[in-house]
Design a protein around this ligand. Structure first.
Ligand code: SF4
Length: 403
């Protein structure tokens, strides 16, 4: 395996914290509590500055509780105590890219590759439909070719057909040409998740190989293409990456607000042994702190973007057995039960300790339903659960163009 040697940057590392400042790192965070508004004052606002977000990312004790109370209130008011399912079909772990953090990267030769047959994908889609999930998500490694475009287009038509148009479809198959995105939109996909992973271009370059296949600008352009075509667009980042600072995380949230995203899927960075970034495992925040930082990111984003869809990422459960429930309580409203046929699930490991790889789709559903009710929320069946933000954004756009 080719190891991409990374340049250490000790000053900007996400360093371990202490009681006074649990999440150090980040430019200017050294005097993080001086001359700043209190968390209580910040939480009376709808829009936060970078410095205010950093304060929210680092607050402790009662102030941390206040943050989570506020985000839970915002979720209840704008979304309700509700969760929508996206039946997740990880239909192939074959990928042409080599992201330095990812367990299914092309360079990982210690992985059994798979590609579900069309019939297996359609059987999983039928399971989602029969169980009244409302929506499914098709996800795979990133491949670009005419045959891949045609195959996905055909699958979209067939999924629409088997569900009488009733299943909503999210795609997450990476960077593609505008034409491919358009064909899939026309074939029935209406949501697309493309995580930017890190909005600081320097950080992005540190966690990807330096070549044209891993181009930050292209990723941004893809997000713009998706928005222009009319998709509900989702993005997200990894939290607790090596080299990442609190300022980076604050900028990630400001990017999402500025880009006016409709959906967000973000989770803690969990290292994978078969990746080059494992070299920096000793420098990371403890997983518990990465977990808590992820909850704070979700809570802050819920307050900043009140009516978007936010996923309770499965990676949260890899750290804390009730991690997704905690995210649901404080702001997340989407869960993606895995309905990939069980024999393939263990081979779609972007990170270590991925949970539920041995559960059947049926077990997964009843387990999640119980977990959601433990979080004092309810699962909504038979609805697409579209982003309310998207509906509002499109109405505003139409109004603006007709004025
Ligand atoms: S993160 Fe996505 S594009 Fe990168 S190697 Fe993994 S599956 Fe491929």
């Amino acid at each position: 395996m080719q190891i991409h040697k990374l340049t250490p940057a000790p000053i900007r590392f996400a360093r371990r914290g202490n009681k006074e400042n649990p999440f150090p790192g980040g430019v200017g965070v050294g005097c993080w509590r001086q001359n700043q508004m209190s968390v209580k004052q910040i939480l009376t606002k709808d829009n936060f500055s970078r410095e205010e977000i950093i304060t929210l990312l680092t607050c402790i004790g009662e102030e941390r509780t206040l943050l989570f109370q506020k985000s839970a209130e915002v979720k209840e008011k704008y979304i309700g105590k509700k969760v929508w399912f996206r039946g997740l079909i990880e239909f192939s772990n074959i990928c042409s890219k080599d992201c330095l953090y990812c367990g299914i990267r092309k360079g990982n030769k210690n992985l059994r590759r798979y590609n579900l047959s069309d019939e297996e994908i359609l059987a999983a889609a039928k399971f989602a439909f029969d169980n009244n999930y409302g929506s499914l998500a098709l996800q795979s490694g990133e491949l670009e070719s005419a045959s891949v475009t045609g195959r996905i287009e055909n699958l979209l038509h067939r999924i629409k057909e088997l569900s009488g148009g009733k299943l909503g479809i999210t795609l997450s198959v990476g960077e593609q040409e505008h034409e491919a995105y358009k064909r899939w939109f026309d074939a029935g996909a209406h949501r697309y998740l493309l995580r930017i992973e890190a909005t600081n271009e320097d950080l992005y370059k540190k966690i990807h190989p330096r070549n044209s296949k891993h181009d930050f600008r292209r990723r941004l352009n893809c997000l713009k293409s998706l928005q222009n075509i009319g998709y509900q667009v989702g993005t997200g980042v990894m939290i607790g990456l090596p080299f990442q600072t609190n300022e980076d995380l604050a900028n990630d949230l400001l990017f999402m607000k500025d880009f006016d995203i409709d959906m967000c899927g973000m989770g803690p960075y969990i290292e994978h042994a078969e990746t080059p970034l494992i070299e920096y495992a000793g420098e990371l925040l403890p997983v518990g702190e990465r977990f808590d930082l992820t909850l704070r990111m979700i809570a802050i984003l819920r307050i900043m973007m009140k009516d978007i869809n936010i996923v309770a990422a499965t990676a949260l459960q890899a750290i804390d057995p009730i991690g997704r429930e905690k995210a649901v309580r404080i702001g997340a409203n989407i869960i993606m039960p895995n309905i990939t046929p069980g024999k393939y699930r263990d081979s779609y490991k972007l990170y270590e300790n991925k949970p539920c790889t041995y559960d059947s789709a049926e077990d997964c559903q009843s387990c999640l339903e119980a977990r959601v009710s433990l979080a004092d929320n309810e699962v909504v069946y038979g609805e697409w659960g579209d982003s309310k933000h998207y509906e509002r954004r499109r109405k505003d756009q139409i109004q603006f163009t007709t004025e």
